[in-house]
Design a protein. Structure first.
Lengths: 111, 113
């Protein structure tokens, strides 16, 4: 069955520190993977996506993610977190006419 | 110019009422979706439409009836609202191929009292 797991429900980091959000997926065929961010009261905004080619993908707002097929992972990283990065982050895999989301990771940033 | 717009943004209503949420996209996408986000932020697919045809109905109670009058619109009508229907409902759209990302509306926060 297709699924996405985000093991960390909450993560707290200090401003300026590095960040890694974990995502594991289960998908039988070639996965198409996405990271979205949701700020409070807002819709979801795409940070980046992977569907082929280079396994390290760059996104908006200084985020990057690395696809590792052997580990079924697609972890999101940022070298230096800003206070405005505090939000909910969702990893997703696209299926047939649907996107399957993980349960999300809430990021808190300490000043 | 908003890509995916849904109205209203907030909806407070009493149990047993019937309500509708409207969604429009101006991206020229073929596929549109309704997602439900519960209080724990979990996003679950409810329906997907491709070229006005229903593709996915993910075990949603038949009190929920989507309607797609054309490719740019996908509305959601809910009959006999229940307390458990309280959630944020998101409309989204995408191209039909799996490699395309979905674009989301701002969400409609439905509160049933």
């Amino acid at each position: 069955a297709q699924s996405v797991t985000q093991p960390d429900i909450h993560i707290t980091v200090s401003e300026g520190a590095s960040l890694e959000l974990r995502c594991n997926y289960s998908y039988g065929a070639t996965p198409y993977l996405f990271w979205y961010v949701q700020s409070p009261g807002q819709g979801l905004q795409l940070l980046l996506k992977y569907f082929s080619g280079d396994t390290l993908v760059q996104g908006i707002k200084g985020f990057e993610a690395e696809f590792k097929r052997s580990q079924s992972s697609f972890n999101l990283r940022k070298p230096s977190v800003h206070w405005s990065d505090a939000a909910e982050y969702f990893c997703a895999v696209s299926g047939t006419y649907k996107y399957i989301f993980g349960t999300g990771t809430r990021l808190k940033v300490l000043a | 110019d908003t890509a995916v717009s849904q109205t209203p943004k907030y909806l407070v209503t009493q149990m047993g009422n019937d309500k509708s949420i409207k969604c429009e996209q101006n991206l020229g996408h073929d596929t549109m979706y309704w997602y439900k986000q519960d209080s724990k932020k979990f996003l679950k697919i409810m329906f997907s439409y491709n070229n006005k045809e229903l593709i996915i109905n993910e075990t949603v109670p038949n009190r929920f009836s989507p309607k797609s009058p054309d490719k740019a619109h996908l509305n959601l009508h809910i009959n006999s609202l229940e307390l458990g229907d309280s959630a944020v409902y998101f409309c989204a759209s995408s191209q039909a191929d799996r490699g395309s990302e979905a674009f989301f509306g701002q969400g409609t926060r439905l509160t049933v009292v």
